[in-house]
Ligand binder design. Structure first.
Ligand SMILES: [Fe+2]
Length: 272
């Protein structure tokens, strides 16, 4: 394996499932891509943001106690993401699941980069939008609820990037949960309850989570759906730029991916 990468592994048992599926869960790549078509003022802005993250990513690594090397400082956001895709291909994963902030902000060169580098990959790709992004990005991710079916279970992505969820997204999630088929749920912003309050996640500012105590009506409905179903088996999130495993709801793990900018990723194996 590329020794630039730090891959944290977990598994999920779905009783009765046949075979296994593996997913590379990535997040917060914050791509700042400049290409030949980028206007000069936009290129300056992107280079400034690329430079900003050289220090910004180090702060998160320090908070979460994750590995830091000179190479992690030096590698660009684009190269880090390509090395993660290379690992996904080498590992033969079934899908790369991105839980948001793939792009530092919506920019045409970033979209071109994603379309080019995600085309013809031997794995599925599903992305939940992050708060740095718009709710849809043609050819990369779609608005609302997105689903990939894997026989015995499904991966479902919802848009919670503004720490709120649209009524139609909650309706669709509720309907999917009602069908009873096991779900791996993806979203950008993680959930905070009294069950995971005393953790590195809970000690961050309120910007970093949807808090059951203080959330809006859509958040309360989301918590009610999740507390009232057995269908959701695992929650995958990002936004906090660090790897955490917590249990916001008894029996339901929530795992945040480390930041892709330093070669961090989370490998999930789903098996029977
Ligand atoms: Fe982010």
């Amino acid at each position: 394996m590329d020794d630039f990468l730090d891959v944290y592994a977990d598994d999920l048992c779905i009783p009765g499932m046949t075979g296994e599926k593996t997913f590379l869960h990535v997040s917060d790549d914050h791509l700042c891509i400049v290409d030949d078509l980028t206007p000069e003022d936009e290129a300056d802005r992107l280079r400034t943001r690329e430079q900003f993250w050289k220090e910004g990513k180090k702060g998160f690594v320090g908070y979460f106690g994750e590995p830091w090397t000179e190479e992690k400082h030096a590698v660009s956001t684009g190269d880090a993401f390509l090395r993660l895709l290379g690992y996904a291909e080498e590992k033969g994963v079934d899908a790369v699941l991105s839980t948001g902030d793939l792009l530092e902000h919506m920019h045409d060169a970033g979209v071109r980069f994603l379309r080019r580098h995600l085309a013809d990959r031997p794995f599925d790709f599903l992305a939940a939008p992050g708060n740095h992004e718009s709710e849809s990005c043609g050819g990369v991710w779609n608005a609302g609820v997105q689903v990939i079916e894997y026989g015995d279970f499904r991966v479902v992505s919802v848009d919670d990037r503004q720490r709120t969820l649209a009524p139609d997204v909650l309706d669709a999630l509720e309907e999917l949960c009602g069908e009873g088929k096991p779900i791996v749920l993806m979203m950008h912003v993680p959930l905070l309850t009294d069950g995971n309050r005393d953790t590195k996640l809970g000690h961050m500012e309120k910007y970093y989570y949807i808090d059951e105590r203080t959330c809006d009506e859509s958040g309360r409905r989301l918590f009610a759906i999740l507390r009232g179903t057995d269908a959701v088996k695992l929650i995958l999130c990002g936004h906090i730029h660090g790897y955490t495993v917590t249990e916001p709801i008894p029996g339901l793990r929530q795992i945040t991916a480390p930041q892709g900018m330093v070669g961090g990723a989370h490998l999930v194996t789903v098996h029977g």
